[in-house]
Ligand binder design. Structure first.
Ligand SMILES: [Zn+2]
Ligand SMILES: [Zn+2]
Length: 443
């Protein structure tokens, strides 16, 4: 497998050195200059005539207007769907309201859905298209996250974040001219979402060694190469340099494909994403500005990187015989999550039932674990410096989150998902509170 799987093997299944057969569902991805004029030709090739075009005010200006003109000239029947955000929200959210806005147009029986946008619009259209069994195409407007090509669609349901499985787009069009003109916070968000991959993969390889979870080295090698090429361009991102935007977009697309190849978000999401999800849910509950997904992920990565480095040093000293009092923990969670508790309860129970295998007490195993995790962390040895070079926000505080909320995120975010992270190991040995207080101390 080379660094650019989607250019050669998209739409196909292929055997991998990890022993699994991977598949990329997206059939065509075009990343380059002046790609929009190819859309008519592609749609005609797939025999579509009637399209539902989904955009918001911003993405209409960025790309929607041009797409609409192209398709009209091409003789397509267009059903326009302009999404509007609720007044009280800071951003358009993938909630009941937004899903309803798209759903209202389905009685006009489109043959294909076209998402014009990035994060939320892509997620919404992916989710709806999957639900109604229609294909979808995305015209990217910002290199702001890696969800374009992924098989998941995070939705807000009753104010809680649920990630549903959903079929990736048939076609992705990513025009460098459009992507490089995206608002800088969105470009930073994509870059910071990418930095989180070191923690996601450290968590993943930890589960491989401790819990025998399957892990794909070929995918990790691709991720590492993409990280290295993009991080080299960090200083050029603020200038919207085309090469920097190209590397970033390519890395984000590949990250999405890696999730499609594995079938879930494990190659791309670990403790740093849970912290980001927790802060988003809590911010929306409190009517606060949740900031952008990638910005939360990247700044949480700085904290998790330090936590991991300290863990690797202190691992031999921990008391791995310690037993957790699950009932006591559940009571704490009930108090903490309040009305959200029923939504996390099942996951929390499963998580509290995880027992760390005895092998972790063996010195030789600890050496192996340390080596595997260190190799992941060293893909970005110092995330904070990288953020500085990109002139991006460098802390969760800088995004507007108060310290007690950040502390809670580090302590409780792990209950949002069943898969184990480093935060769970630290709790197992009774060190989580101490580590969290340490990492949040001002130097
Ligand atoms: Zn593989
Ligand atoms: Zn992400």
């Amino acid at each position: 497998m080379n660094n650019f799987p989607f250019l050669q093997i998209e739409g196909k299944s292929f055997p991998c050195s990890c022993g699994r057969t991977h598949r990329i569902h997206t059939e065509k991805t075009i990343l380059g200059n002046n790609v929009l004029p190819q859309l008519s030709h592609i749609l005609r090739g797939m025999s579509f005539r009637k399209v539902l075009l989904v955009f918001d005010e911003n993405t209409y200006q960025a790309a929607g207007e041009n797409v609409e003109r192209e398709l009209k000239q091409g003789g397509f029947e267009i059903i326009p769907c302009l999404l509007y955000k609720k007044q009280e929200l800071f951003y358009l959210e993938p909630d009941e309201d937004a899903r309803g806005q798209i759903g209202e147009h389905l009685h006009q029986e489109p043959e294909v859905l076209i998402a014009i946008g990035s994060g939320v619009i892509n997620d919404l259209v992916k989710f709806i298209a999957h639900r109604v069994g229609l294909p979808f195409v995305v015209v990217a407007t910002a290199p702001s996250m890696d969800g374009y090509s992924s098989p998941g669609a995070p939705m807000m349901v009753s104010g809680y974040k649920v990630t549903y499985s959903a079929t990736p787009p048939r076609v992705i069009l990513a025009d460098l001219g459009i992507l490089s003109q995206a608002p800088m916070p969105l470009i930073h968000a994509g870059f910071l979402d990418l930095l989180g991959k070191v923690i996601a993969n450290a968590d993943w390889v930890m589960r491989r060694l401790l819990f025998r979870e399957d892990f794909c080295d070929a995918i990790w090698n691709m991720t590492k190469e993409n990280l290295s090429r993009t991080v080299k361009e960090a200083e050029n991102l603020p200038q919207r340099d085309h090469q920097a935007i190209y590397e970033l977009s390519l890395a984000l697309l590949n990250s999405g494909f890696s999730m499609d190849m594995i079938g879930d978000s494990r190659p791309a999401s670990g403790a740093e994403h849970l912290i980001a999800h927790y802060l988003e849910i809590m911010a929306l509950h409190r009517g606060m500005n949740p900031s952008l997904h990638g910005l939360r992920v990247g700044t949480a990565t700085v904290l998790m990187h330090r936590i991991y480095r300290r863990f690797l040093q202190e691992m031999p000293m921990f008391d791995w015989n310690r037993k957790l009092n699950s009932q006591e923990k559940l009571e704490t969670l009930k108090m903490h999550f309040g009305p959200l508790f029923p939504l996390v309860e099942e996951t929390a129970r499963k998580k509290l039932a995880i027992t760390v295998p005895e092998i972790i007490k063996e010195k030789s195993f600890q050496e192996k674990l340390r080596g595997a995790i260190e190799e992941k962390l060293l893909a970005i040895p110092d995330p904070l410096t990288v953020l500085q070079k990109a002139q991006a926000p460098q802390s969760l505080e800088a995004l507007g989150f108060p310290s007690p909320m950040i502390r809670d995120a580090l302590l409780f975010a792990r209950f949002l998902r069943e898969r184990a992270t480093i935060l769970d190991l630290l709790d197992q040995v009774g060190m989580l509170d101490e580590y969290v207080d340490w990492v949040l101390q001002k130097p």
